[in-house]
Write a protein that binds this ligand. Sequence first.
Ligand code: HEC
Ligand code: HEC
Length: 216
Amino acid sequence: MKIKLLWSFFAVIAWLLSSMQSVQAEGNAEAGKKKFYTCGGCHAIEGYTNAFPNYHVPKLGGQHDKAVIAALNAYKTGDRAHGSQPQANSMQGNANTLSDKDLEDIAAYVSKKVLSTDTNVITGDPAKGKEKTAVCAGCHGEDGNVQDKDGKVLNQDYPRLAGQYEDYLIKALKDYKKGVRKNLIMGGMAQPLSDEDIKDISAFYASKRGLVTISD
Ligand code: HEC
Ligand code: HEC
């Protein structure tokens, strides 16, 4: 009897959690498209780079909605402020003016974009990189899409890495390692990686089918 009660208790909790999730994820993609207009000046131009330091503005098309929201909130709180670097300051300025509803709408819009096989410029060794990603696969998925073999998303909070620009991934991993970008999990993950590891791992994810530049 006790066990039966326990099971119904778990069932209710599971149901509550799943219904909460679907409510949270419900941004309005149409509204998000309009709100994304000013962002497009940097994020909707294929191959667009920033001057100091020189790396590509990250691709957002197909990114998991909650990962987008988490990223924008991190710019707001300063966990992703990159000191005096102008492009990071501008991302903070961009995020600061957005309400929670804006974040959800924008996340809904960008997350619905169809993944692509477009190839990026690769400078590291993807085969060596793959060997070094066993520890990353539990969260980011085997190919960096945060999906299992059947295509089921493992966790909407974890960012897709697949298809992202190699130089942006390199910069992100170096920022975690230096502690410039603050995240408990990734700070620890990046610590043991050498510059060559970072380059090869980034090459591996950048060579996979994944994120796209937003074009409409
Ligand atoms: C002046 C150019 C510029 C504009 C305008 C801009 N961004 Fe960004 N964005 C960047 C750069 C550069 C980065 C990477 C910064 C870093 O290294 O953290 C970035 C990072 C991001 C990220 C994190 C991506 C990831 O993979 O973690 C998100 C999400 C994002 N921007 C959304 C937006 C939204 C939404 C807007 C409009 C409200 C916007 N950006 C406007 C340049 C810009
Ligand atoms: C326990 C789960 C977990 C593991 C394991 C993990 N990551 Fe992450 N990763 C995350 C989360 C959560 C974030 C988002 C953190 C943030 O907001 O900065 C992230 C962010 C990143 C980013 C930044 C993406 C972007 O768009 O800005 C890169 C690059 C990355 N991880 C690479 C790796 C690599 C390489 C490994 C293995 C060496 C790894 N991760 C292992 C959870 C994980």
